[in-house]
Write a protein that binds this ligand. Sequence first.
Ligand SMILES: Nc1ncnc2c1ncn2[C@@H]1O[C@H](COP(=O)(O)OP(=O)(O)OP(=O)(O)O)[C@@H](O)[C@H]1O
Ligand SMILES: [Mg+2]
Length: 264
Amino acid sequence: MSKVQKNSIVIKDLFKSYDGKANENVIQEINLEIPRGEFFILLGPSGCGKSTLLNIIAGFISKSGGDFFIQNKEVRGPGKERAMVFQQPDAALFPWLNVRENVEFGLKMQKVSKVERNSISDKYLRLVGLSDHEKKLPEELSGGMKQRVQLARVLANDPEILLMDEPFGALDAQTRRTIQQELIRIWTHTKKTIIFVTHDIQEAILLGQRIGIMSKGPGSFIEAIYDITLPYPRDITAPSFNDIYRKVQSHFEGNGMAENVVNF
Ligand SMILES: Nc1ncnc2c1ncn2[C@@H]1O[C@H](COP(=O)(O)OP(=O)(O)OP(=O)(O)O)[C@@H](O)[C@H]1O
Ligand SMILES: [Mg+2]
């Protein structure tokens, strides 16, 4: 089997220009191979094109050029095997549906029977720790709880690939830490491929098996990939964690991006 076939996602020389002019590429020469089941992080300064790249992978926007394959098939739009978790859960949840109904929405659209829907939503509500809140409406939930509902709903649809665009950026530090650990636990259980966008170095090292660092835009590309071999769950206070943090941070500083580094 060739190297390419083992990969779930293969991106070659991909570029995007919003205005169609080649000299105004937001991202360019993006080359990336993400094996099935990997937890991959896209890390980069604000405005470098992380969301652009993730939205192309989701199929929400078109690429201007280059190649993009999932399991050897060229991708031309959205697909059931991919799902996005957005930064703002309010935009993703239906305010008139309660927690369980929100989680079951996609299944209902697919005409999954009520009994099966209930058993699937039971499982994912438990996984994200919301079983006791299933009757609540989104307006009765905290930001962290809403984000968990969104995650449970995406997981209930059972996509192979989870795309996450700074999903915890709006949460307070404590809630963020809890939900990050939950995501690791879920990923360990489900073995899904995750592409997670962040501009927070600590979050990147806490979560990812590999971190792709995007250069400052315009014309941004993936300028380095870090392998993070620390075992999960990771301890942000461990010296080994700190060593990697310093390496990644100095990478940013060395490339004139220090102003975009998030410190804790
Ligand atoms: N629909 C659009 N039309 C034109 N330009 C756009 C559009 N969307 C994004 N851009 C531009 O593309 C560049 C990259 O934007 P993008 O949102 O992908 O960056 P990002 O890395 O996700 O930033 P952030 O960390 O702030 O979310 C920016 O200069 C932005 O202004
Ligand atoms: Mg973005």
